[in-house]
Design a protein around this ligand. Structure first.
Ligand code: 6CS
Ligand code: FE
Length: 294
Protein backbone atom coordinates (compact mmCIF):
# COMPACT_ATOMS: atom_id res chain seq x y z
CA UNK A 1 0.00 0.00 0.00
CA UNK A 2 1.57 3.33 -0.97
CA UNK A 3 1.94 5.45 2.15
CA UNK A 4 0.14 8.79 1.95
CA UNK A 5 2.52 11.66 2.62
CA UNK A 6 0.98 14.89 3.92
CA UNK A 7 1.80 17.78 1.61
CA UNK A 8 3.40 20.26 4.03
CA UNK A 9 4.29 22.63 1.20
CA UNK A 10 1.28 22.80 -1.16
CA UNK A 11 1.92 24.89 -4.30
CA UNK A 12 0.56 25.55 -7.81
CA UNK A 13 -2.88 25.77 -6.28
CA UNK A 14 -6.09 27.65 -7.09
CA UNK A 15 -6.84 30.97 -5.46
CA UNK A 16 -4.15 33.11 -3.89
CA UNK A 17 -0.42 32.89 -3.16
CA UNK A 18 0.38 32.32 0.50
CA UNK A 19 3.46 32.14 2.70
CA UNK A 20 4.21 29.04 4.79
CA UNK A 21 6.80 29.59 7.55
CA UNK A 22 9.58 27.01 7.59
CA UNK A 23 10.44 25.56 11.00
CA UNK A 24 13.34 23.44 12.19
CA UNK A 25 17.11 23.73 11.74
CA UNK A 26 18.77 24.59 8.45
CA UNK A 27 22.17 23.26 9.53
CA UNK A 28 21.60 19.87 11.15
CA UNK A 29 25.13 19.06 12.24
CA UNK A 30 27.63 21.15 14.17
CA UNK A 31 30.62 18.95 13.33
CA UNK A 32 32.20 19.10 9.88
CA UNK A 33 34.51 21.27 7.74
CA UNK A 34 32.41 24.42 8.10
CA UNK A 35 33.49 27.01 10.68
CA UNK A 36 31.08 28.28 13.35
CA UNK A 37 30.78 31.56 11.44
CA UNK A 38 29.92 29.71 8.20
CA UNK A 39 27.34 27.59 10.03
CA UNK A 40 25.77 30.71 11.52
CA UNK A 41 25.66 32.45 8.13
CA UNK A 42 24.03 29.43 6.49
CA UNK A 43 21.48 29.16 9.30
CA UNK A 44 20.49 32.82 9.33
CA UNK A 45 20.91 33.93 5.70
CA UNK A 46 20.28 30.60 3.96
CA UNK A 47 23.58 30.70 2.09
CA UNK A 48 27.33 30.80 2.64
CA UNK A 49 30.28 31.44 0.32
CA UNK A 50 33.53 29.47 0.35
CA UNK A 51 36.59 31.09 -1.26
CA UNK A 52 38.93 28.75 -3.18
CA UNK A 53 36.88 25.61 -2.65
CA UNK A 54 38.75 24.15 -5.65
CA UNK A 55 42.27 25.01 -6.85
CA UNK A 56 43.19 27.25 -9.80
CA UNK A 57 44.46 24.15 -11.59
CA UNK A 58 41.10 22.43 -11.18
CA UNK A 59 39.35 25.58 -12.41
CA UNK A 60 41.47 25.54 -15.56
CA UNK A 61 40.73 21.84 -16.13
CA UNK A 62 36.99 22.53 -15.71
CA UNK A 63 37.08 25.46 -18.13
CA UNK A 64 38.97 23.44 -20.75
CA UNK A 65 36.44 20.61 -20.33
CA UNK A 66 33.56 23.08 -20.64
CA UNK A 67 34.99 24.46 -23.89
CA UNK A 68 35.35 20.93 -25.27
CA UNK A 69 31.81 19.96 -24.26
CA UNK A 70 30.26 23.06 -25.82
CA UNK A 71 31.72 22.07 -29.22
CA UNK A 72 31.03 18.31 -29.01
CA UNK A 73 28.25 17.43 -31.53
CA UNK A 74 27.21 14.43 -29.42
CA UNK A 75 26.73 16.69 -26.38
CA UNK A 76 24.85 19.27 -28.43
CA UNK A 77 22.46 16.56 -29.68
CA UNK A 78 21.90 15.10 -26.19
CA UNK A 79 18.52 15.75 -24.51
CA UNK A 80 20.43 16.66 -21.31
CA UNK A 81 21.82 19.72 -23.09
CA UNK A 82 19.62 22.82 -22.89
CA UNK A 83 20.29 25.70 -25.30
CA UNK A 84 19.42 29.39 -24.99
CA UNK A 85 16.06 30.24 -26.52
CA UNK A 86 17.34 32.71 -29.12
CA UNK A 87 21.04 32.18 -29.71
CA UNK A 88 20.82 28.36 -29.47
CA UNK A 89 24.09 28.56 -27.51
CA UNK A 90 24.50 25.98 -24.76
CA UNK A 91 22.75 27.20 -21.59
CA UNK A 92 23.16 24.11 -19.38
CA UNK A 93 24.20 20.48 -19.51
CA UNK A 94 22.32 18.36 -16.97
CA UNK A 95 23.39 15.18 -15.14
CA UNK A 96 27.04 16.18 -15.70
CA UNK A 97 28.09 14.28 -12.54
CA UNK A 98 27.25 11.00 -14.29
CA UNK A 99 28.20 11.81 -17.87
CA UNK A 100 31.59 13.43 -17.26
CA UNK A 101 34.56 12.08 -15.32
CA UNK A 102 36.11 15.40 -14.27
CA UNK A 103 32.85 17.00 -13.10
CA UNK A 104 31.81 13.68 -11.57
CA UNK A 105 34.92 13.52 -9.40
CA UNK A 106 34.57 17.11 -8.22
CA UNK A 107 30.88 16.52 -7.44
CA UNK A 108 31.86 13.59 -5.18
CA UNK A 109 34.93 15.24 -3.63
CA UNK A 110 34.94 15.36 0.22
CA UNK A 111 35.59 19.15 0.08
CA UNK A 112 32.10 19.42 -1.45
CA UNK A 113 30.19 16.44 -0.06
CA UNK A 114 31.29 16.87 3.58
CA UNK A 115 29.87 20.42 3.62
CA UNK A 116 26.54 19.16 2.23
CA UNK A 117 26.56 16.30 4.74
CA UNK A 118 27.19 18.70 7.62
CA UNK A 119 24.25 20.93 6.68
CA UNK A 120 21.85 18.09 5.91
CA UNK A 121 22.95 16.02 8.90
CA UNK A 122 22.81 12.69 7.05
CA UNK A 123 24.23 10.79 4.14
CA UNK A 124 23.56 12.62 0.89
CA UNK A 125 23.19 11.92 -2.82
CA UNK A 126 23.03 14.14 -5.91
CA UNK A 127 19.46 15.00 -6.85
CA UNK A 128 20.52 17.08 -9.87
CA UNK A 129 23.64 18.55 -11.44
CA UNK A 130 24.25 20.94 -14.29
CA UNK A 131 26.96 23.12 -15.73
CA UNK A 132 25.62 26.59 -16.50
CA UNK A 133 27.43 28.44 -19.24
CA UNK A 134 25.82 31.90 -19.12
CA UNK A 135 27.91 32.83 -22.17
CA UNK A 136 29.31 36.30 -22.75
CA UNK A 137 26.95 38.81 -24.42
CA UNK A 138 24.03 36.37 -24.75
CA UNK A 139 23.58 34.56 -21.39
CA UNK A 140 19.95 34.88 -20.38
CA UNK A 141 18.46 35.53 -16.94
CA UNK A 142 16.79 33.20 -14.44
CA UNK A 143 13.67 34.80 -12.90
CA UNK A 144 13.07 34.79 -9.13
CA UNK A 145 12.17 31.36 -7.75
CA UNK A 146 12.68 28.82 -4.97
CA UNK A 147 14.28 25.65 -6.30
CA UNK A 148 12.50 23.60 -3.65
CA UNK A 149 9.11 24.77 -4.99
CA UNK A 150 9.95 23.03 -8.28
CA UNK A 151 11.59 19.99 -6.69
CA UNK A 152 8.52 19.56 -4.46
CA UNK A 153 5.89 20.18 -7.13
CA UNK A 154 7.52 18.31 -10.01
CA UNK A 155 10.01 15.85 -8.47
CA UNK A 156 8.11 14.93 -5.30
CA UNK A 157 10.79 16.10 -2.83
CA UNK A 158 8.95 16.08 0.54
CA UNK A 159 10.84 18.78 2.49
CA UNK A 160 13.50 21.44 1.73
CA UNK A 161 16.27 19.34 3.38
CA UNK A 162 18.54 19.82 0.36
CA UNK A 163 21.31 22.24 -0.58
CA UNK A 164 22.80 23.53 -3.80
CA UNK A 165 26.51 24.14 -4.18
CA UNK A 166 27.49 26.33 -7.12
CA UNK A 167 31.22 26.24 -7.92
CA UNK A 168 32.36 29.19 -10.05
CA UNK A 169 34.49 28.39 -13.09
CA UNK A 170 34.78 32.07 -13.98
CA UNK A 171 35.00 35.21 -11.88
CA UNK A 172 31.58 36.43 -10.76
CA UNK A 173 31.34 40.23 -10.94
CA UNK A 174 28.36 42.41 -10.04
CA UNK A 175 27.76 42.89 -13.76
CA UNK A 176 28.02 39.51 -15.50
CA UNK A 177 24.87 37.83 -14.17
CA UNK A 178 25.90 36.54 -10.74
CA UNK A 179 23.54 34.62 -8.48
CA UNK A 180 21.24 36.94 -6.47
CA UNK A 181 19.83 35.66 -3.15
CA UNK A 182 17.35 37.26 -0.74
CA UNK A 183 19.13 36.57 2.59
CA UNK A 184 16.78 34.96 5.12
CA UNK A 185 14.06 34.18 2.56
CA UNK A 186 14.75 30.45 3.00
CA UNK A 187 12.61 30.53 6.13
CA UNK A 188 9.41 31.42 4.25
CA UNK A 189 7.99 29.14 1.55
CA UNK A 190 5.84 30.83 -1.08
CA UNK A 191 2.92 28.64 -2.13
CA UNK A 192 2.34 29.64 -5.76
CA UNK A 193 -0.86 29.79 -7.78
CA UNK A 194 -1.36 27.89 -11.04
CA UNK A 195 -0.67 24.41 -12.32
CA UNK A 196 2.16 22.47 -13.96
CA UNK A 197 1.89 22.05 -17.75
CA UNK A 198 2.64 18.56 -19.13
CA UNK A 199 6.35 18.09 -19.89
CA UNK A 200 6.96 21.43 -18.19
CA UNK A 201 10.73 20.80 -17.90
CA UNK A 202 11.09 21.19 -21.67
CA UNK A 203 10.41 24.90 -21.22
CA UNK A 204 11.09 25.61 -17.55
CA UNK A 205 14.80 24.78 -17.84
CA UNK A 206 15.12 27.58 -20.37
CA UNK A 207 12.69 30.01 -18.77
CA UNK A 208 10.66 29.00 -15.71
CA UNK A 209 6.93 29.88 -15.77
CA UNK A 210 4.90 27.79 -13.33
CA UNK A 211 6.02 28.18 -9.72
CA UNK A 212 7.44 31.70 -9.98
CA UNK A 213 5.93 34.13 -7.45
CA UNK A 214 4.09 37.26 -8.59
CA UNK A 215 5.41 40.82 -8.36
CA UNK A 216 3.70 41.98 -5.16
CA UNK A 217 5.00 39.14 -2.99
CA UNK A 218 8.49 39.42 -4.51
CA UNK A 219 8.44 43.16 -3.72
CA UNK A 220 7.38 42.38 -0.14
CA UNK A 221 10.22 39.83 0.16
CA UNK A 222 12.83 42.13 -1.37
CA UNK A 223 11.77 44.96 0.96
CA UNK A 224 11.93 42.58 3.93
CA UNK A 225 15.12 40.63 3.14
CA UNK A 226 17.11 42.70 0.66
CA UNK A 227 19.14 41.18 -2.17
CA UNK A 228 22.71 39.88 -1.82
CA UNK A 229 24.96 39.50 -4.89
CA UNK A 230 27.16 36.39 -5.02
CA UNK A 231 30.37 37.89 -6.42
CA UNK A 232 33.62 36.00 -6.08
CA UNK A 233 36.71 34.64 -7.83
CA UNK A 234 36.67 31.48 -9.92
CA UNK A 235 37.24 28.44 -7.73
CA UNK A 236 34.99 29.82 -5.01
CA UNK A 237 31.54 28.39 -4.29
CA UNK A 238 28.17 29.43 -2.93
CA UNK A 239 26.15 26.88 -0.93
CA UNK A 240 22.47 27.79 -0.54
CA UNK A 241 19.38 26.26 1.01
CA UNK A 242 16.82 24.64 -1.30
CA UNK A 243 14.21 27.26 -0.42
CA UNK A 244 16.21 30.48 -0.88
CA UNK A 245 14.47 32.99 -3.15
CA UNK A 246 17.08 33.54 -5.87
CA UNK A 247 17.56 34.72 -9.44
CA UNK A 248 20.26 35.94 -11.82
CA UNK A 249 20.41 38.63 -14.47
CA UNK A 250 21.39 38.14 -18.08
CA UNK A 251 24.99 38.58 -19.18
CA UNK A 252 25.65 41.30 -21.76
CA UNK A 253 29.34 41.64 -20.84
CA UNK A 254 32.35 40.02 -22.53
CA UNK A 255 32.90 37.89 -19.39
CA UNK A 256 31.01 34.55 -19.28
CA UNK A 257 29.68 33.41 -15.92
CA UNK A 258 29.99 29.63 -15.84
CA UNK A 259 29.43 27.39 -12.84
CA UNK A 260 29.09 23.76 -11.81
CA UNK A 261 25.75 23.51 -10.00
CA UNK A 262 25.23 20.51 -7.68
CA UNK A 263 22.09 19.69 -5.70
CA UNK A 264 22.59 17.45 -2.66
CA UNK A 265 19.55 15.89 -1.03
CA UNK A 266 19.36 14.10 2.33
CA UNK A 267 18.83 10.34 2.09
CA UNK A 268 16.01 10.99 4.58
CA UNK A 269 14.20 13.19 2.06
CA UNK A 270 13.77 10.82 -0.89
CA UNK A 271 11.28 12.03 -3.51
CA UNK A 272 7.86 10.43 -3.68
CA UNK A 273 5.17 11.09 -6.31
CA UNK A 274 5.16 14.73 -7.52
CA UNK A 275 2.98 16.95 -5.33
CA UNK A 276 1.75 19.14 -8.20
CA UNK A 277 2.45 17.45 -11.51
CA UNK A 278 0.98 14.50 -13.37
CA UNK A 279 4.25 12.57 -13.65
CA UNK A 280 7.79 12.94 -12.33
CA UNK A 281 10.48 14.69 -14.39
CA UNK A 282 13.05 12.54 -16.21
CA UNK A 283 16.00 10.98 -14.41
CA UNK A 284 18.55 13.44 -15.89
CA UNK A 285 16.80 16.32 -14.10
CA UNK A 286 15.83 14.53 -10.89
CA UNK A 287 17.51 11.39 -9.51
CA UNK A 288 14.94 8.64 -8.97
CA UNK A 289 17.23 5.85 -7.69
CA UNK A 290 19.46 7.54 -5.10
CA UNK A 291 22.67 5.95 -3.83
CA UNK A 292 24.37 7.74 -0.94
CA UNK A 293 27.81 9.18 -1.73
CA UNK A 294 30.30 7.45 0.57
O1 6CS B 1 14.01 23.08 -12.37
C1 6CS B 1 15.08 22.91 -11.80
O2 6CS B 1 15.34 21.92 -11.12
C2 6CS B 1 16.15 23.97 -12.03
N1 6CS B 1 15.58 25.25 -12.24
C3 6CS B 1 16.12 26.36 -11.78
C4 6CS B 1 15.71 27.65 -12.37
N2 6CS B 1 16.99 26.37 -10.75
C5 6CS B 1 17.18 25.09 -10.06
C6 6CS B 1 17.18 23.92 -10.94
O3 6CS B 1 18.39 23.72 -11.55
FE1 FE C 1 17.38 27.88 -9.22
Amino acid sequence: MSQTITDLFPTRVEGRESVIPRTGPIVHNTTGPMTAAEVEHMESKGYVQFADLVTRDEVQQMRDELARLSQDPQVLADERTVTEAKSREVRSIFEIHNSNELFGSIARDPRVVDRARQVLGSDVYIHQSRVNFKPAFTGKDFSWHSDFETWHAEDGMPTPRAVSISISMTDNYTFNGPLLIMPGSHREYISCVGSTPDDNYKNSLVMQGAGTPDGPILTEFADKYGIDVMTGKAGGATMFDANCMHASNGNITPYSRSNLFLVFNSVENIPVAPFSAKQPRPQFVAERNPTPIV
